[in-house]
Write a protein that binds this ligand. Structure first.
Ligand code: PA5
Length: 428
């Protein structure tokens, strides 16, 4: 379960200041829950109202893939892949493809890199391959290009009829991709219309790839349901999710316009990437928004640490502290102690990591960088689901506090328009 420690932030915002924006938080809560001024907002009740039949189907199809495929290719960009990748690394490992005896999983269509596509197609040669193309709109260029290559690849190996048994589409019921899937007979998972891309990790978008790697998706949804219950009520005291939204907004008003999401394990890297996309696309508009950055410590203490400690004081950090690791190693005793490490003999690596975390909290807050700490007991499915819902809800409330719509992304179109003009796309 999650417990949030605000003590390293409270030095920078007073209880009075937090109280002063209670009403704004309440208005944000009302906008989301009662006024229904925004669409799409289907993510809000998803852990309670998800379609159980669809989830069962996801689990059955995933089991087939686990039995029959060596390689599983996930094609998607932004909200259509980051959540799944975050879950797989958080719950298994960033070295998942080297460790597990299940289908290797590769993510493509999240760039326009020819080398990346070529390399992964080479890896697929002489392997049993299945693909999941994920695009809500069904028109996004990056995944569309990758899908064309992988469809051609599968058809060249298995023929059209063999390929169709290996292609899974996750898309909106009205998209061109859905039409294509129907024409070709591809298995399809529908993304509910009222769930937007970056809020879709708990829909088939995230659940299907997770299930292919053996993640218990019902436990993920169970964790999210716990968060939904904890953060649906607006009381006299702000719940932790709303308090996080309130405090980060107060920091923003103080000129702390960059938030660094910090993890202490490399396998949390994609969780921070997912979080950056969620907050970046939801808040950065109308000339406003906290810039979402990320770091993995202690790795990045040896790159960004100097800046965080003594650079421009426009930062705050949100630290995710997962207290228990899956495999804790004990540091041995050395006879000659040539490396001078015997003072750590008998201590576990995770103990040292925890001390690094505690020390960094002290150093950075002393250096003028407030910290909010999210404590989790372990890397469990329930905790992952809980954390996802915590941030989705906090993001929606935060964007309302900023006075922007959390659910659109009008600026993303600008690069596309310019690119389509340069590429000679009809009507641009
Ligand atoms: O959050 C969003 O809406 C975006 O990041 C989308 O997920 C991303 O642009 C991909 O869109 P689509 O799923 O339509 O291909």
């Amino acid at each position: 379960m999650l417990s949030v420690d605000f003590s390293f932030a409270e030095r920078f915002v007073s209880g009075e200041q937090i109280k002063s924006i209670y009403d704004e938080v309440f208005q944000a809560h009302k906008k989301i829950h009662e006024d229904k001024v925004f669409e799409p907002i289907g993510w809000l009740d998803l852990p309670k109202k998800y379609d159980k039949k669809v989830v069962d189907e996801i689990i059955i199809e995933a089991q087939n893939i686990r039995k029959n495929c060596d390689v599983f290719i996930v094609i998607g960009i932004g909200g259509s892949y980051l959540g799944a990748r975050a879950a797989i690394e958080f719950l298994h490992s960033n070295n998942y493809n080297l460790l597990e005896n299940t289908p290797k999983i590769f993510f493509v269509g999240n760039s326009i890199s020819s080398d990346e596509l070529y390399e992964i197609m080479q890896i697929c040669k002489n392997k049993s391959v299945c693909i999941n193309v994920i695009s809500k709109s069904g028109t996004t260029t990056e995944p569309a290009i990758a899908f064309r290559f992988f469809r051609d690849f599968l058809e060249s190996v298995y023929g059209k009829s063999g390929a169709k048994e290996r292609i899974y589409c996750t898309t909106d019921s009205g998209s061109n991709l859905k039409k294509l899937a129907d024409e070709m007979g591809y298995k399809t998972f529908i993304i509910p219309q009222n769930i937007g891309g970056r809020y879709s990790v708990l829909s088939p978008v995230g659940l299907f790839p997770m299930a292919v790697t053996g993640i218990d998706v019902k436990k993920v949804l169970g964790g999210a349901l716990n968060a939904l219950t904890d953060y649906s009520i607006y009381g006299e005291n702000l719940n932790d999710c709303y308090k996080y939204a309130a405090i980060r907004n107060l920091f923003y008003r103080q000129g702390k316009v960059t938030e660094i999401m910090v993890g202490y394990h490399p396998k949390m890297h994609y969780f921070t990437e997912w979080w950056k996309q969620l907050f970046g696309e939801s808040e950065g508009k109308n000339g406003r928004g906290i810039f979402p950055a990320s770091a993995i410590f202690s790795t990045d203490l040896h790159s960004l640490g100097q800046y965080i400690q003594q650079g421009l004081r426009n930062l705050f950090e949100t630290v995710i502290n997962v207290k228990k690791t899956n495999n804790d190693l004990i540091i041995s005793e050395s006879q000659n102690n040539a490396d001078g490490l015997n003072y750590l003999s008998g201590k576990s690596v995770n103990f040292v990591n925890q001390k690094a975390l505690e020390a960094t909290l002290l150093a950075h807050t002393n250096g003028g960088v407030p910290n909010i700490v999210l404590n989790l007991d372990s890397f469990s499915e329930e905790n992952f689901g809980y954390l996802v819902y915590f941030f989705e809800k906090a993001c929606a409330v935060s964007a309302c506090l900023l006075g922007v719509n959390p659910f659109n992304q009008p600026g993303v179109e600008n690069y596309k328009k310019e690119m389509f003009k340069l590429l000679g796309k009809p009507n641009f």
